[in-house]
Design a protein around this ligand. Structure first.
Ligand SMILES: Cc1cc2nc3c(=O)[nH]c(=O)nc-3n(C[C@H](O)[C@H](O)[C@H](O)COP(=O)(O)O)c2cc1C
Length: 367
């Protein structure tokens, strides 16, 4: 089993100083036009330095890809100066700074894409309250989205990030292409499992191509996915293992498995013998490092995560306690802050969204 203080060498040769990662957390601190603010730079500076890798909250690669107001944009060169400040702040003490790149697709909030169409892989609304019906992207628009992921990668390189993470998880556009719930296409981008995987794989190829063309062998490219979907039809673990196998054969530097709990077990027939993470680990079979995430709060949670993955990421724990990783690495576990008390809640000042999401997460431990 891995130890949290071990270094990790990624396939491209980049070395992480330990196995702890801060998961991407959108804190909605960019301005209304998507420019990074000084408050946002301070926020990232306040949490970095101890972990091996810090993944920034998602940045949108084109105007109709913004999920919420307050997200940072990466669709134009004018965003590079602000993003550079963010990258510089995140890179303290050798922590690798990764920018997550995404398109929200059908999950975009109306005010976030005001004046633009809501688009997706198909014309099915997310089955959640308040979500609107998207229109399917045209073939030409799909090509443009792929190009925009590539252009975003070039901007992340120019801004000084050590890498990018392609956001293929959590119901956003890339996930929507892979999902039989949202992808109702009958062209080369939809229908069979292979065709549903075509868009995610095309985005990966474009992003890898950007890094290659920039001559940046050391630039980290990771991919985040959600292994299951709660809807019917929906992404099954069997589907995911197919995609994982394809991704593991590409020149990626890591796979990031987004779950609400690292130990989740599937209910799908034939896949109930071990955790989802164990099935994924088995499929990857050492070809790529895996990052796990999902309710990691303590040292023993990290140890559990590292039995079936190479790195352990924390979201909520790093929001609640900016020094979570430093305390763990210095054996000050008892000093870790575990409660998000309204009176001393930094998050409330930072982002109502963060507070809303965290409030619904294990309330008995957090509030
Ligand atoms: C406030 C908040 C914002 C988030 N923003 C993102 C994001 O931008 N990109 C992403 O992939 N996941 C995002 N997530 C999900 C987290 O990265 C993580 O997967 C999730 O919180 C579970 O990990 P945890 O139990 O350690 O919090 C967000 C979660 C929270 C609570």
């Amino acid at each position: 089993m891995h130890t949290l203080t071990d270094t990790v060498t990624l396939p491209n040769g980049a070395t992480l100083k330990n196995r702890l990662v801060i998961a991407p957390l959108t804190v909605c601190l960019s301005d209304a036009n998507g420019y990074v603010t000084p408050q946002e730079v301070d926020y990232y500076a306040s949490r970095t330095g101890a972990v091996g890798m810090y993944i920034a909250g998602c940045s949108y690669i084109q105007p109709n890809g913004r999920g919420w107001l307050g997200e940072e944009a990466i669709y134009d060169d004018s965003f590079i100066p602000g993003l550079s400040k963010m990258a510089a702040a995140m890179k303290r003490n050798g922590t690798k700074a990764i920018m997550q790149i995404f398109h929200a697709g059908r999950m975009a909030e109306a005010d976030a894409i005001f004046g633009h169409d809501l688009v997706s892989a198909g014309d099915v609304a997310a089955p959640l309250e308040g979500y609107r019906t998207p229109r399917p992207l045209t073939e030409e628009e799909i090509t443009d989205v792929i190009k925009n992921f590539k252009a975003a990668t070039i901007r992340a390189i120019k801004a000084g990030f050590d890498g990018v993470e392609i956001h293929g998880a959590n119901n956003y556009l890339i996930h929507q292409f892979f999902s039989p719930h949202s992808n109702t296409r009958t062209d080369r981008w939809g229908g069979s499992l292979e065709k549903r995987a075509a868009f995610p794989l095309a985005v990966v190829e474009a992003v890898l191509c950007a890094a290659r063309e920039a001559g940046r062998k050391d630039f980290i490219v990771g991919y985040r996915l959600s292994p299951r979907e709660q809807w019917t039809p929906g992404i099954t673990l069997k589907d995911t293992l197919y995609l994982v196998d394809k991704l593991a054969s590409l020149q990626l530097d890591y796979l990031h498995i987004s779950q609400s709990h690292i130990g989740s077990v599937a209910t799908e027939q034939g896949y109930t013998d071990k955790s989802i993470l164990a099935y994924i680990n088995e499929t990857v079979n050492g070809r790529l490092p895996i990052i796990s995430v999902g309710n990691i709060q303590t040292r023993s949670d990290v140890e559990e995560a590292l039995t079936n993955s190479d790195m352990a990421a924390v979201g909520g724990s790093a929001l609640i306690d900016p020094n979570w990783a430093a305390k763990l690495l210095n054996n000050h576990d008892a000093a870790i802050r575990t409660k998000l008390a309204p009176e001393d809640c930094e998050i409330l000042k930072v982002s109502p969204l963060a507070y809303k999401i965290l409030s619904s997460r294990a309330p008995e431990r957090i509030l």
